[in-house]
Design a protein. Structure first.
Length: 246
């Protein structure tokens, strides 16, 4: 008899996968930038500064100078003639485009205020859009806007700007916005002169979430109101836009 021997190979044991882990911890810091353009063009994304003269509407015909082609980061109202009683209001259409960029998940706060304001003078901010957009909305003002009396009279306007009287910082005589895009007609200055934020100066221009990937914009009209209590002569105030990450 022929014997046949068979051998069965034992199966090999596969290696067992084992794991280790390490926890990676980090924080994304909140950032914020602001872009500024005066006498802005509402037809172009970003609202760059126009190369044509500004439009200024008088509450009393002939009491406000016509607008001019603006220099960088300037709002030029020119001569204002007070009436016999009350105020003359000069409404600057499409005065200020404010661009915002922030990655703060809680959103930002935007305040506007002045350093100084002459006696007998008030400044009112009239939002042209309250929601951020690719370009600031156009002014809808027309005719002869109501002048300031006890509060800003234009429909939808914010409270009058506060003069907080703090010492200005940055490069004296240089205005614009630090860290904003260098294209699109915005005013870029490494260290603009500004008034440091103190408390809650009001008014609160905007609060809410901002797109962290691209600038978004708000547009404003600004009305200067002058009474006979304002002494004659040249006047200058610094308007500061403070963007505060929450």
């Amino acid at each position: 008899m022929l014997g046949i021997a068979t051998a069965t190979a034992a199966p090999s044991m596969a290696a067992t996968t084992v794991y280790g882990s390490a926890q990676l911890k980090y924080t994304v810091n909140a950032t914020a930038q602001v872009s500024i353009a005066t006498n802005y063009d509402p037809t172009i994304n970003g609202g760059p500064q126009k190369a044509t003269a500004a439009s200024i509407l008088p509450s009393v015909a002939g009491n406000c100078s016509a607008g001019v082609v603006e220099a960088t980061a300037s709002l030029t109202f020119g001569g204002v003639t007070p009436p016999g009683a009350g105020y003359t209001g000069c409404l600057y259409q499409n005065a200020l485009s404010i661009g915002l960029l922030s990655n703060d998940a809680s959103g930002v706060l935007v305040y506007e205020y002045l350093d100084v304001l002459a006696a007998g003078t008030q400044v009112c901010v009239i939002p042209n859009n309250t929601a951020l957009a690719a370009k600031p909305s156009a002014s809808t003002a027309s005719g002869n806007p109501a002048a300031y009396t006890a509060s800003c009279q234009v429909a939808g306007s914010l409270p009058a700007l506060t003069a907080i009287g703090a010492a200005s910082q940055g490069t004296v005589g240089t205005f614009g916005a630090a860290g904003n895009p260098a294209t699109g007609g915005t005013d870029v200055t490494a260290t603009p002169q500004y008034t440091a934020l103190v408390g809650t100066p009001g008014p609160l221009t905007f609060t809410g979430a901002v797109n962290g990937a691209a600038f978004q914009f708000l547009g404003q009209d600004i009305q200067l109101n002058v009474s006979g209590a304002a002494a004659s002569g040249n006047k200058t105030s610094i308007l500061t836009i403070a963007v505060v990450p929450q």
